[in-house]
Structure formats: structure tokens, C-alpha cells
Write a protein that binds this ligand. Structure first.
Ligand code: CTP
Length: 415
């Protein structure tokens, strides 16, 4: 698909610049040619030599180089490409793009270009969430600049949250999507063209994260869910135009932009928030809801009174997915659940599809060796009334995109 495509890759000054080396390799494996512009900041993280060796071309970094201008002027450099990719796109470079600054070769090439531009933002979570960056991203999206990521996770700066550059595979997927004619992820409120927002006018509900079931005012029952998969699905739904409500248990993730987020602690609160959000066209239950809660929450901190450890009496929590499936005329048009299994994955998931009255179940292996719980990747088997679809191992962002594309196709097929 990428054979003979010409990519102008602009590498700016972020720690994620090392990931672009892998991106170049993957692009070239697929037949694309890659020419690199390296900013002054970018050169602090990767060397021109690495980029030149991997791209098989010289690296451009100087706006005022007489020799470069003679060989390939900066205007020609930007026009000669089929697509401009900015990775990592730093907060600084995005701000310059949004205001039209042209004070180095990268910004000049971007301003002089009439070709599609794809940015892969990369920055600290606070910088990503800052109103200035949000406004710049909106401005760029409104001008048709395409975006992939950022994802959420541990950051090189030691913080956790959204702002981590998309992985090389995700950027590659987004580049392929551009050449296929489908835009990759854009900001939910960024005014992407209607053809890229097939869920415009639809309402979506997503549950995400763990629940905390109080034992006493300071202790609770919980599980290892990070919320990454549910949050990614909510973002992907919003990216395709759905008005999305995310009901989230306690997670370390930032609230995704452009989405209405309801924060809850317990399964009972999660159920109430979901019921309040009905009716919806599609609901995706990705939360790892605690199956049990204590029969009685102690009003005060439980003390060691010499009588040995207390016995915790547990009772079963409401099943949110099944309750939504039984909501009569408020039942979501398309009801999707997950099945977290550690053995007989598909077999157990088929039983869950029936038992919970869901339309689709995404079964995943969460045994510790897979690193799925809390990790960044997932292996999915999608089960619906017709059978089982085995998906390859992919990032949680990719799972979200693939699921949401399938949701959109489902609505088109039913329209
Ligand atoms: N689920 C839910 N409410 C619950 C329990 C689970 O909405 N109280 C949803 C989950 O969000 C998921 C699906 O049901 O979409 C399956 O969750 P899973 O933990 O795999 O199954 P359980 O119902 O807990 O069954 P078991 O513990 O027997 O595997």
C-alpha cells in the first residue's frame, strides 16, 4: 500500500524521537521512501547519521544552507512529498504550526506545503492538557491536520498520563489510513470532515477501569485494571463522531478531551451512572467490575482487637452488562462486553455472550503471562451471533480503533 509513497518526516525535539527510527524502518519495508527534516531540538535526541542510515537519504536541517537550497529548496522539499509526518510533534512545534511561524526548516516546510500533514504529538501530560495546547490542537484539526495519538502511560519524565507518542505501528496504521482515504484519529471536537465521522449523531456509553468496594473508610476491594482499554474505546468512539459518556472507576488516566466523564468508585455507582446515561445507540462495558462487595461497610476503621482477623462477608454486585441487556426499550442498540479469562477463553466467552444478553463479546486472555491487565497490548477474539473473529496481538489503541470501525460498519449495514 505504501510502495512509491514519499514521506517527509519531521523529527522534532522529544524523547520519543527514538521511536521514529523504527518508524522509518517500517515505512521503508513497506516500499515508502522517507526523507527527514531534523529540528535543532530533534538533534538533541537522535543523530542525523542514524536518520540518514535508516532513510537511505541525506537529512535536512538547515533553512539557510546554500548547498541544500541548490540541491533541493525548502519549498520543493515540502512539495515533493505525498505526506508530511511530524513525529514527535512537540508542544512547541504544534504551537508554531497553529500560529504559522516559519523560523526554521521544519516550520517553513510545513507552512509551504500543500500536502496532507499527520502529527504524532508527544509531550508531558500537563503540557498536553494545557488550554494552550488544546486550542492549538483544535486549530490544527479544523485546518485538516491529521493526528495520531498521543496515548496514555508512563512517561519518560516520570509522570503518568496522556501525552506519550503513538507507537511506530500506530503511526504506520495512521499513514496507511491516510493513503486509503480514511483519516486517522482527529480531535473529537476538532471539526473533522463528516465522511470521517460515521458515528456523528450517535450516542455511546463506555465503562472503564476497576471498581473499589469499600470495606471500611480506608480499605477497599479492587483489581488490577488500568482503564487503558476502556478509555481508548471512549476516545475512538468520540473520534468517529459519537457523543460519548465514559463512566470510569478510579484510574490514573487523564479524562479524554471532548468526552463527558462520570467518575465513580463502586459497582453500584457505576450501574446508576450507566442507567442515567441511557438511552444510547451503543454501550461498551470494558470495566473490570468487582464481582463482590462487602455485605456491610464498616462505618469506622476496623481495628485489630486481639480477636484475630475479621471475616469479610461478601455479597454479589449487580452485573452492569446484563442489567443493560435487560433494560427493555432502553436497551442499547448494540451492547458489547468483554470477557476476561485465564483459560478456555473462547468457550467461556461464548457462555458469557448468552448469559449476559450481549450482542458481541471481546474475549481476552488476562492470565499474568500475557501482561494484558495493566499492560498496553491485547489479544482479542470477537464473538458475535455468527462466530468468532481472532484478532492479532495489537495495542489497546488499535483494538479500540478496530472495534469502533466495526461498530460504525454495523450501523451502516443496519441503516
Ligand atoms: N461486568 C459488568 N458488571 C459486573 C461484572 C462484569 O458489567 N458486575 C461486565 C464487564 O464489564 C465485562 C463482562 O461483564 O464486559 C464480563 O466480565 P468478566 O469479569 O469477564 O466476567 P464476570 O461476569 O465477572 O464472570 P466471571 O467472573 O465468572 O468470569
Amino acid at each position: 500500500m505504501l510502495s512509491n509513497k514519499r514521506i517527509l518526516l519531521i523529527v522534532a525535539g522529544g524523547i520519543a524521537a527514538y521511536k521514529t527510527l523504527e518508524l522509518i524502518r517500517r515505512l521503508r519495508e513497506r516500499g515508502a521512501s522517507v526523507r527527514c527534516i531534523l529540528t535543532r531540538g530533534g538533534a538533541q535526541f537522535v543523530t542525523p547519521l542514524s536518520l540518514a542510515a535508516l532513510s537511505g537519504d541525506r537529512v535536512y536541517d538547515d533553512l539557510f544552507s546554500l548547498t541544500d537550497e541548490a540541491a533541493m529548496g525548502h519549498i520543493e522539499l515540502s512539495r515533493d512529498a505525498d505526506l508530511l509526518v511530524v513525529a514527535p510533534a512537540t508542544a512547541d512545534l504544534l504551537a508554531k504550526m497553529a500560529t504559522g511561524l516559519a523560523d526554521d526548516l521544519a516550520t517553513t516546510a510545513l507552512l509551504a506545503s500543500d500536502k496532507p500533514v499527520l502529527v504524532a504529538p508527544s509531550m508531558n501530560v500537563r503540557m498536553w492538557e494545557h488550554a494552550a495546547t488544546r486550542a492549538n490542537i483544535e486549530t490544527l484539526a479544523a485546518r485538516g491536520v491529521l493526528r495520531v495519538g498521543p496515548g496514555a502511560g508512563d512517561m519518560a519524565c516520570g509522570e503518568f498520563g496522556e501525552g506519550r507518542m503513538a507507537e511506530p505501528d500506530e503511526i504506520l496504521g495512521a499513514i496507511e489510513a491516510v493513503f486509503r482515504g480514511d483519516a486517522p484519529a482527529v480531535t473529537p471536537s476538532g471539526g473533522a470532515p463528516a465522511r470521517n465521522r460515521p458515528l456523528e449523531g450517535r450516542k455511546a456509553l463506555v465503562t472503564s477501569g476497576p471498581t473499589h468496594e469499600a470495606i471500611d473508610p480506608v480499605r477497599y476491594i479492587a483489581n488490577r485494571s488500568s482503564g487503558k482499554q476502556g478509555h481508548a474505546i471512549a476516545r475512538a468512539l468520540a473520534d468517529l463522531g459519537a457523543r460519548t459518556t465514559l463512566v470510569s472507576g478510579p484510574t490514573a488516566l487523564a479524562d479524554p478531551a471532548g468526552i463527558s466523564v462520570i467518575h465513580v468508585e463502586s459497582a453500584a455507582e457505576m450501574l446508576a451512572a450507566c442507567q442515567q446515561s441511557l438511552p444510547v445507540d451503543v454501550a461498551v462495558c470494558a470495566a473490570a467490575v468487582s464481582d463482590w462487595r462487602t455485605a456491610e461497610e464498616a462505618g469506622q476503621k476496623m481495628k485489630k482487637d486481639g480477636g484475630g482477623p475479621p471475616a469479610l462477608a461478601l455479597i454479589e454486585n449487580p452485573d452492569i452488562l446484563r442489567t443493560l441487556g435487560e433494560a427493555g426499550n432502553l436497551r442499547p442498540g448494540l451492547l458489547i462486553g468483554f470477557a476476561a479469562e485465564t483459560e478456555k477463553i473462547v468457550e467461556h466467552a461464548k457462555v458469557k455472550l448468552e448469559r449476559k444478553g450481549a450482542d458481541w463479546i471481546l474475549a481476552n486472555d488476562v492470565s499474568p503471562a500475557t501482561g494484558t491487565f495493566g499492560g498496553d497490548a491485547n489479544v482479542i477474539h470477537l464473538i458475535d451471533g455468527d462466530g468468532v473473529e481472532d484478532w492479532p496481538r495489537m495495542s489497546k489503541e488499535e483494538v479500540a480503533r478496530r472495534l469502533v470501525e466495526r461498530i460504525a460498519e454495523n450501523f451502516v449495514a443496519k441503516a
